[in-house]
Design a protein around this ligand. Structure first.
Ligand SMILES: Cc1cc2nc3c(=O)[nH]c(=O)nc-3n(C[C@H](O)[C@H](O)[C@H](O)COP(=O)(O)OP(=O)(O)OC[C@H]3O[C@@H](n4cnc5c(N)ncnc54)[C@H](O)[C@@H]3O)c2cc1C
Length: 328
């Protein structure tokens, strides 16, 4: 069995690894089967003490910090060359990332740079007959596929919430290693000149939420009950493209082909028809509940539980029942 590490590109926010990154580290430990799990930390600064402790808790033995020389790791070309430098220095058996927009772009860029292949939006990764195999659901959750990368180094981007994050049986103290990177002119061609951080909403980020309540055109633009239900369930609010096109919600709430991909334990679609452009972004949800006035709506084909009824009748009843059940 190879002792080459499994390398995980760790996303971090405010100095801490994100929950989907701890999920990827959990998957990496299983894949590594005793070989080391190493992390790549892309940032102007390396991981602080709390981040190192958290990475150690999830079994990371080494954190590689590419020397960015002032370049912004948010730029795909910079991130690609930085991670490629770590790959060259460590010869890993596989690279795992989180399947966010940026993670998918990085996975694709890495595959091109390293002359290999990438699987994105994977919901599991395992060894099959010695090869790294990544599973993903496709075509409106009607098919489960397993892909192997036949190139020299498998690159797999895992969907947030696809794997349960579990700390390693024994926490360690990872070593932090700087990695020199010689950036090309391509990476230097763009500079970030300004950044605006949106204020935190206090809500779980949509892509990471275990419960997502999506409002569609059938809400008529009134998201009061959708928000209340999501809040009660500790979940996030999503929207269809019709809703974001109408300006009823921000584009960042859009779930689907041209929006965010979600893989929650529970998806509740309220006044959502279930067009394929939407369902490709939620097909990995474990349990799907749909509320729609039209019994023929395509969303019911995906739904585990369907309620034929108007959102304005059904949601208040659901909210009241949950409150009664919880005694609040
Ligand atoms: C290239 C391309 C990319 C796209 N990308 C996306 C994407 O990323 N995400 C996305 O969502 N869409 C996307 N779309 C649009 C997509 O095809 C659908 O048009 C869209 O998802 C429909 O949104 P909807 O379900 O809210 O609206 P509709 O299709 O109009 O459905 C509204 C539903 O609400 C029901 N309804 C009406 N009144 C009520 C009520 N009172 N209570 C309960 N139910 C009610 C109706 O029966 C209906 O089923 C894309 C389209 C294209 C062409």
């Amino acid at each position: 069995m190879t002792q080459a590490p499994v390398l995980v590109v760790v996303d971090h926010h405010e100095g801490a690894p994100t929950p989907p990154s701890t999920e990827a580290l959990t998957a990496a430990r299983t894949l590594a089967a005793g070989a080391p799990v190493a992390a790549v930390w892309l940032g102007e600064q390396g991981p602080g003490e709390a981040a190192r402790t958290e990475l150690g808790r999830f079994g990371v033995t080494t954190v590689h910090v590419p020397e960015l020389g002032g370049l912004a790791p948010q730029l795909a070309a910079v991130a690609t060359e930085a991670v490629a430098a770590v790959v060259a220095a460590t010869s890993p058996q596989a690279v795992l990332l989180v399947s966010t927009y940026a993670g998918k772009e990085l996975a694709a860029g890495l595959a091109v740079a390293l002359g290999t292949g990438a699987v994105v939006d994977a919901d599991r990764v395992e060894r099959r007959d010695g090869a790294v195999a990544a599973g993903k659901t496709v075509l409106g959750a009607s098919w489960e596929t397993v892909c192997t990368v036949t190139g020299p180094l498998p690159v797999v981007a895992l969907r947030p919430a696809a794997v349960d994050a579990e700390p390693a049986p024994a926490a360690g103290e990872p070593e932090v290693v700087g990695v020199p990177v010689v950036f090309t002119d391509r990476a230097r061609a763009v500079a970030v000149v300004e950044r605006t951080e949106y204020p935190a909403t206090g809500q779980v980020p949509l892509a990471e939420a275990q419960t997502v309540v999506v409002g569609g055109r059938g809400t008529g633009g009134d998201f009061t009950a959708v928000e209340e239900l999501a809040g009660l369930l500790g979940g996030a609010v999503g929207a269809t493209r019709d809703v974001t096109d109408e300006g009823w919600r921000e584009h960042s709430a859009q779930v689907g082909q041209t929006g965010v991909t979600v893989a929650p334990r529970l998806y509740i679609g309220v006044g959502v028809s279930g067009a394929v452009h939407h369902t490709v972004g939620m097909q990995a949800a474990q349990t799907v509940v749909a509320v729609n006035t039209d019994p023929e709506a395509p969303i019911f084909e995906l739904a585990d539980f369907g309620v034929v009824g108007a959102a304005e009748d059904v949601l208040p009843q659901a909210i009241e029942t949950i409150r009664t059940y919880r005694g609040s």
